[in-house]
Ligand binder design. Structure first.
Ligand SMILES: NC(=O)c1ccc[n+]([C@@H]2O[C@H](COP(=O)([O-])OP(=O)(O)OC[C@H]3O[C@@H](n4cnc5c(N)ncnc54)[C@H](O)[C@@H]3O)[C@@H](O)[C@H]2O)c1
Length: 368
């Protein structure tokens, strides 16, 4: 029978992620949290940062780049700000603690901002912005990442995919949640294309000679060697404002690194001078704004909801039937994934089987 995509129930995958991480030594409560971040990504249709990234965490833990037991330490603090050293623990655990600290400060003083050093990959930035939204606040999250994006007029991958997440409550069921990387695409989407055996669209990635690359496996290999670069939002040069994506990525790099005297740009490669794996030393920045310190929450929600409704109800381009606002697609995707399960394609099936065998988790009876 030819290999096919299978749809696996969300709760089965959530349990599997938790069991993989606990088998690797992550404490159960932390593994539950990491599983929630990863499965939320799949629920939102962000396949690049969900179960598809589990093997990547396995590899990094095995290489000693992530510590399974997280000791997040507050190294500097004021009533409204803090700096946390993550000591290379699990990025999701460090990030959740940092955003919770920003929320607690915002509840008391109106705003809270926390910078993090020596962290590891935390998954989807929007997860943490959403934590603030659920408390009636605006949440902002940014992070730097291993180098993969070139500056405008450059071809060297200098900067990470440096996402920006911004969440705000509204008077609708769905919050506004913008959560996106600052290059045209992010590395995870190239991994998804590689697993699906599909080409990378022209204009997303260039090699050292500024030639377009479209083979996803070749792109991933070249990115790792520093011989290819993702182009900033807006694309090559200035004609479609690539310099604005470049500027936004640089802003994220500054917030993520400079506020905590941390590693930046090429020092986030995860590889030492000897060529051996080393911790990534990723930095993050979290901010929570307590809306009630500005206006009554109900007013804010109404104004924000009306902004979104006006945008969605505006005149559509010929042939288009709908205008979206950020967060809507993820919410709608969640209803579908809860009903149908998470798509697991043949190459991802191989990774899950590998993890089952490597960690003695054969009790999971996947249909592949
Ligand atoms: N941890 C890391 O190092 C890292 C790095 C890069 C990206 N990421 C994560 O990867 C995920 C995916 O990033 P991405 O750049 O591929 O996101 P994306 O391009 O899929 O979506 C970006 C945003 O655009 C919104 N959107 C999509 N279509 C829309 C439309 N037609 N109208 C209005 N809004 C629309 C979405 O709601 C989303 O908020 C994010 O969660 C991000 O945080 C993480």
């Amino acid at each position: 029978m030819p290999a096919t995509t299978h749809y696996i129930p969300v709760e089965t995958l959530r349990a599997f992620i938790r069991d993989v991480l606990t088998a690797l030594g992550v404490p159960p409560a932390d593994a539950d949290l990491c599983a929630d971040v990863l499965i939320t990504s799949d629920l939102h249709g962000v396949e690049s940062h969900g179960i598809g990234r589990l093997k990547y965490y396995y590899d990094r833990i095995k290489a000693g780049q992530h510590q399974v037991v997280t000791h997040a330490e507050v190294v500097r603090e004021s009533p409204t700000t803090a700096v946390i050293d993550g000591h290379h623990g699990m990025g999701m655990v460090i990030a959740s603690r940092a955003m919770q600290m920003a929320i607690d400060k915002a509840r008391t003083y109106g705003s809270g901002a926390v910078a993090v050093r020596n962290s590891t990959h935390f998954g989807i930035a929007g997860y943490y912005a959403r934590m603030a939204v659920e408390q009636g606040m605006i949440g902002v999250t940014v992070t730097n990442a291993r180098p993969s994006m070139s500056p405008t007029f450059g071809v060297q991958p200098m900067m990470g995919t440096n996402p920006i997440a911004f969440g705000a409550p509204t008077d609708e069921d769905i919050p506004f949640l913008f959560d996106g990387a600052t290059p045209i695409t992010q590395r995870g989407k190239i991994e998804v294309l590689a697993r699906a055996e599909k080409p990378v669209p022209s204009g997303w990635v260039v090699d050292s000679h500024n030639q377009v690359l479209t083979d996803p496996q070749a792109v991933l290999a070249a990115l790792t060697k520093g011989e290819a670069a993702l182009l900033p939002l807006g694309g090559e040069g200035e004609s479609l404002s690539g310099h604005k994506g470049y500027g936004l990525g640089t802003m994220v790099e500054i917030l993520s690194a400079s506020l905590q005297s941390g590693a930046f740009l090429l020092n986030l490669s995860g590889v030492g001078a000897d060529g051996e794996p080393q911790p990534f030393r990723v930095g993050h920045f979290f901010m929570a704004l307590d809306i009630e310190s500005f206006v009554p929450l109900a007013d804010f929600k109404h104004t924000t909801g009306q902004i979104l409704r006006d945008l969605r109800n505006s005149r559509k381009a010929p042939g288009q039937v709908r205008i979206y606002t950020a967060g809507e697609k993820a919410w709608e995707r969640e209803q579908v994934i809860l009903r149908d399960g998470v798509p697991v394609n043949p190459n991802l099936q191989k990774e899950l089987k590998f993890l089952q065998q490597a960690l003695g988790l054969e009790a999971y009876q996947f249909p592949f």
